[in-house]
Design a protein around this ligand. Structure first.
Ligand code: FE2
Ligand code: FE2
Length: 160
């Protein structure tokens, strides 16, 4: 196992989320009523992946680094909150869209969709550039392995 096992688990989670984030953005940038289903599918996948990912971070990874780096962790918490809020609004909008969405529905979907995309993408970049970078410097190899194992327990608990 690598010396950055826990950070790598989170990086791998980000790549999975991005597999849906990129086509989600593409569909939003070329938005037509026919593309709403595609947007919905990618949104649901991002939501399904991000939920347990955030739980691993908030339950295991963040608490380990928080005492030494409270400001950075407060920033990560804020970004999670913004992401969850935007996800909720977008989820509500998608749930209430009529079968044949009009111009105003599409404008709103575009606005909230871009907001959600940007919140997730910005957070992934901040996490990798600051938090994981830092973790790779301060955590020992064995600590990384323990954190990885504990995060994997969180994800199996989520599936139960
Ligand atoms: Fe993350
Ligand atoms: Fe995060």
């Amino acid at each position: 196992m690598s010396a950055t096992a826990a950070s790598d688990l989170l990086r791998a989670g980000h790549r999975k989320i991005e597999e849906h984030l990129d086509p989600f953005l593409h569909a939003l940038l070329h938005l037509t009523p026919e593309r709403v289903g595609e947007i919905r599918r990618h949104f649901e996948e991002i939501r399904r992946l991000a939920g347990p990912h955030f739980e691993k971070e908030e339950g295991v990874f963040y608490p380990r680094l928080r005492p030494q780096h409270p400001e950075l962790l407060a920033q990560m918490d804020n970004e999670h909150e913004t992401t969850r809020l935007t996800e909720r609004y977008l989820g509500e909008l998608l749930a209430s869209l009529p079968e044949a969405p009009g111009e105003r529905d599409l404008t709103e979907l575009h606005r909230l969709g871009i907001e959600f995309h940007d919140a997730v993408q910005t957070h992934i970049v901040a996490e990798e550039d600051y938090l994981l970078e830092l973790a790779d410097q301060v955590l020992s190899e064995s600590e990384q392995q323990v954190l990885r194992a504990r995060m994997q327990e969180v994800s199996s608990a989520v599936r139960r």
